[in-house]
Design a protein around this ligand. Structure first.
Ligand SMILES: Nc1ncnc2c1ncn2[C@@H]1O[C@H](COP(=O)(O)OP(=O)(O)O)[C@@H](O)[C@H]1O
Ligand SMILES: [Mg+2]
Length: 257
């Protein structure tokens, strides 16, 4: 796999500039600005429907934006001349539903993109996959089919698959939302390890304790607007906006904070 040149110091890995996204007459993202510095974690929080998934999908060019720009390592990836496939190769994505291929083993799931898209030789792709499985606590599972694994294990395989192509950026959308409560910890532990290794990540999450613990930057989305942003201590500890306070209060009342 060819190494990409390191971007200039201080340049954000991901930048959103006044991003606007509509579905029909519904404005889902309005004037969203966001900077994600290298080796940092950004947590997107906010009620269901506030635009978190859409933001992540726009960043990965799964949705076309209506206005504004999205830059990856300084390059405007929303320029129509840019090939979306070359962009997606630099971004790893993990969704709530693991979306593993059921007819492929764990090893085949993880090596598919490196082999087919990045043309990595099989032996090299498998070596990398086994190394990732080991790191994610799944050593020995390479030959299993997804349905033999627990939800937490499947989600860790999905993370390994996203990491297999050595992405510049990892986007994680509610990756613990479909898991039984006792399996959430093992997946969040993996995210924490990735942060310690310096992976740049943007994650949408309802796990506020986790966001508070792992994020460098927290963005509260409300109706497609980043209403408030700051460090976890700022946003969780001393929210400035009434709507942020109300959101956090509701979570507290529901026993989720
Ligand atoms: N493909 C789509 N077509 C129409 N509306 C959509 C589509 N995807 C999302 N939306 C709408 O966009 C808004 C934001 O959704 P979403 O980004 O999924 O929010 P969140 O992830 O914060 O729950 C919601 O009102 C949702 O109904
Ligand atoms: Mg969502």
């Amino acid at each position: 796999m060819s190494e990409r040149p390191a971007p200039p110091d201080g340049q954000p890995v991901l930048r959103l500039e006044a991003v606007r996204k509509t579905f029909g007459s519904t404005v889902v993202l309005r004037d969203v600005d966001l900077d994600v510095a290298p080796h940092t974690v950004t947590a997107l929080i906010g009620a269901s429907g506030s635009g978190k998934s859409t933001l992540l999908r726009c960043a990965n060019l799964l949705e076309e934006i209506d206005d504004g720009a999205i830059l990856l390592d300084g390059e405007d990836i929303t320029d129509p001349r840019v090939n979306p496939d070359t962009v997606r190769r630099r971004i790893g994505v993990v969704f709530q539903a693991y979306n593993l291929f059921p007819h492929m083993t764990v090893l085949e799931n993880i090596t598919l993109a490196p082999r087919r898209v990045h043309r990595v030789p099989r032996a090299q792709a498998e070596e990398r996959a086994r190394e990732l499985l080991e790191r994610l606590g799944l050593g020995g599972r390479a030959g299993e089919y997804p349905d033999r694994l627990s939800g937490g294990q499947q989600q860790r395989v999905a993370i390994a698959r996203a990491l297999a192509v050595r992405p510049r950026l990892l986007l994680l959308d509610e990756i613990t939302a479909a898991l039984d409560p006792e399996l959430v910890g093992e997946v969040l532990g993996v995210v924490r390890d990735l942060k310690d290794e310096g992976m740049t990540m943007v994650l949408a999450t309802h796990e506020m304790g986790f966001a508070r613990d792992v994020a460098d930057q927290v963005c509260f989305l409300d109706g497609g607007v980043v209403l408030e942003r700051g460090t976890p201590d700022e946003v969780f500890g001393a929210p400035r906006e009434e709507r942020t306070r109300r959101f956090l209060r509701r979570l507290t009342e529901a026993g989720r904070l």
